[in-house]
Design a protein around this ligand. Structure first.
Ligand SMILES: N[C@@H](CCC(=O)N[C@@H](CS)C(=O)NCC(=O)O)C(=O)O
Length: 201
């Protein structure tokens, strides 16, 4: 399998952590890509019309995106039901929580693009505040969800770990203030070999 890859992308990291937890890391070849909304990479665009990372070319030559689809594919490849419950309420809870964590990372990335990529005269403070509000509300919801303390890693926990890793890497440790439970969980989760091996540097 070939994974279109950038080392600082939380969504690429999510796929790599899932692959490691499922024992599939050795089957993934990384294809490095540099892409932004204003300078999309041509080979990535050929793999994913949205020109976003991650995209995965499977051994059957299928092209898959986005991260949630790829993680579900890897889970199925590893036998199914390993990091995403196969049926029932538990499945919808994990999928919803994964969407929450991904939404936090989406908003954090938009803040980063707005404050780093967009030329200063074109920046819009209200819009940045709006995205930051989504990050903050999402983190408060994660803090409130005790599911984070389940021992086995699932797709939602992996997504949450990668979103928090990205926020801490880009914006520092402020997110921890008033979120002691989440911060404690994150420190333990970040020590897993799959997370340590993929930490942004
Ligand atoms: N919902 C998508 C989000 C993917 C995403 O935003 N990827 C970023 C990198 S972390 C990207 O490729 N941005 C380039 C762009 O938006 O053009 C997923 O889960 O894969």
């Amino acid at each position: 399998m070939k994974l279109y890859f950038a080392p600082l992308s939380p969504f690429v990291r999510k796929v790599l952590v899932a692959a490691a937890e499922l024992g599939l890391a050795g089957r993934i070849e990384k294809i490095p890509v540099q892409t932004t909304p204003v300078a999309p990479d041509a080979k990535l665009k050929a793999a994913n019309p949205l020109a976003k990372l991650p995209a995965l070319q499977t051994d059957d030559n299928d092209l898959l995106y986005d991260s949630a689809v790829i993680v579900e594919y890897l889970d199925a490849l590893a036998g199914g039901g390993r990091i995403i419950p196969p049926t029932g309420q538990a499945r919808w809870t994990v999928k919803r929580q994964e969407a929450l964590a991904d939404g936090i990372a989406d908003a954090a990335i938009l803040v980063r693009y707005e404050t780093f990529l967009r030329p200063e005269p074109k920046r819009w403070d209200e819009w940045i505040k709006g995205q930051q509000g989504k990050v903050d509300q999402g983190l408060d919801a994660l803090e409130a969800e005790s599911w984070l303390f389940e021992p086995a890693p699932n797709a939602a926990q992996i997504a949450a770990g990668c979103a928090l890793g990205y926020i801490e890497f880009r914006f520092g440790r402020d997110w921890r203030r008033g979120r002691d439970t989440l911060a404690g969980w994150y420190d333990r989760f970040a020590a897993r070999p799959s997370m340590a091996a993929t930490a942004p540097k």
